[in-house]
Design a protein around this ligand. Structure first.
Ligand SMILES: C[S@@+](CC[C@H](N)C(=O)[O-])C[C@H]1O[C@@H](n2cnc3c(N)ncnc32)[C@H](O)[C@@H]1O
Length: 408
């Protein structure tokens, strides 16, 4: 497709500089477009003076009308064959991960992290021989046509054999939590066994609401393994036991995992067994299917305390409007967490909401601790694992915060 053949979308706002610097989203109120543009159509973005700014694909309904595929300076890369450029980027994204991930230890990781991999609007997670794809809207689904077969080809070219691709629904933020349905190949029946840093997990990609793992926390789980020795560990919003299992493998004297979803707690039980953490001599592992706030209120009232507390809730702020309520909810959560952390103990607080910026999040940790009569001292503010990179010009893509520190 040549440049002149593309439909033209004209910027109504002065966004040329931000786009050239690498911001990949153009909102609907910022453009004038021809009527009837189809989802996924490649468009040519020009400024009010008709100067070339970028190429991107159109979404007829999303608030993000255009996702930028190439700036004007990079137009040659996309050139005449857009599909070939996408295939090259799929392959390059996998090669970048394989350069630092040892697949003998870790065969589950994020292969494509959307905008940061220059593949805007899609995320692809690898679980052993299966890939899970999430497209953000109808525009992305149409633009990346035949994606399962193209993923399989890109994987094969880099020595990874894909046997199934599952497509999932859209979700806020960058985490895969949608419903399932195998769209290509064959998934094995039951849970698929995967490895992360040598730790074994079962994932059920075909059934259930949340069959996979939260792969963005891989490096933070590894940190918890280092911190856990000799400690009593409380893992709130624990899902299928990730942080708890790493803590037990790191020498925690006991773990308590709390999640409101009973199926996740049952999966956590199976994951403890998978890692040989259920026999005689294993550290006690308490698994609790309950609302984390109710659990914490009761534990605080009873004066129960832990040496290491981890909190990794779902996003409290799905949009900017929800931000004030979300900050109040984080502060309340962090007050309760600080109240049940032994003075001298450790607290790891996470937030996966991109609308909550790092300094505002840290203030909820500090304010929560103060409200509990404690002090939180930050040791390190971490983010997502390296297979979830980000663009400096695109802060919206940097969503995960993981604050690790002391409670005194
Ligand atoms: C971001 S995930 C946690 C991922 C986990 N830390 C891991 O490493 O695998 C959030 C979890 O919170 C759970 N959840 C949501 N609301 C909850 C609540 N009110 N109380 C307890 N768990 C809740 C969900 O079921 C989900 O498993």
């Amino acid at each position: 497709m040549t440049r002149t053949a593309l439909p033209r979308v004209v910027l109504r706002k002065n966004l040329g500089r931000a786009i050239r610097r690498g911001h990949p989203w153009i909102y609907r109120d910022a453009v004038t477009a021809p009527d009837g543009l189809a989802d996924g159509a490649l468009v040519f973005v020009v400024d009010a003076d008709r100067k070339a700014i970028a190429r991107g694909f159109w979404d007829a309904r999303s608030p993000i009308a255009v996702r930028v595929v190439a700036t004007a300076d990079e137009a040659e890369e996309v050139g005449a064959d857009v599909d070939a450029a996408v295939d090259a980027r799929l392959g390059a994204a996998l090669a970048r991960r394989l350069a630092f991930i040892d697949r003998a230890q870790t065969d589950t990781f994020r292969w494509v992290h959307g905008e940061a991999d220059r593949l805007p609007g899609i995320h692809v997670d690898l679980y052993g021989p299966a890939a899970v794809v999430r497209a953000d809207g109808a525009g992305a689904r149409a633009f990346y046509r035949d994606l399962p077969a193209r993923l399989a080809a890109a994987a094969r070219a880099r020595g990874v054999a894909l046997t199934a691709v599952v497509e999932r629904g859209q979700r806020d933020d960058q985490r895969d939590e949608g419903g399932a349905g195998a769209s290509w190949g064959v998934l094995p029946a039951g849970e698929l066994d995967v490895r992360e840093n040598g730790v074994r997990f079962g994932v059920d990609l075909a059934h259930g609401q949340k069959g996979g793992l939260f792969l963005d926390q891989r490096d933070n789980r590894a940190l918890v393994r280092q911190l856990a020795s000799g400690r009593r560990v409380l893992n709130l919003f624990g899902y299928t036991g990730g942080f708890s299992i790493y803590a037990a493998l790191g020498g925690a004297v006991e773990t308590t995992t709390v999640d409101v979803a009973a199926p996740a707690i049952e999966a956590a039980r199976r994951n403890f067994t998978r890692n040989g953490l259920d026999g005689a001599g294993a550290a006690p592992a308490r698994l609790v299917a309950e609302d984390a706030f109710a659990f914490l209120e009761r534990a605080a009232a009873q004066g129960t305390r832990w040496d290491l507390v981890i909190s990794d809730p779902p996003s409290f702020a799905p949009n900017e409007r929800a931000l004030p309520a979300a900050l109040r909810a984080y502060t309340r959560l962090h007050r309760l967490c600080a109240a049940v952390t032994e003075p001298g103990g450790l607290f790891c607080a996470a937030s996966c909401s991109s609308h909550v910026r790092p300094d505002a999040f840290l203030e909820t940790v500090a304010a929560g601790a103060r409200a509990a009569g404690r002090t939180f001292t930050l040791v390190e503010l971490r983010g997502a694992a390296a297979c979830h990179p980000s663009l400096p010009a695109f802060p919206e893509g940097e969503y995960l915060k993981f604050a690790q520190g002391h409670i005194s």
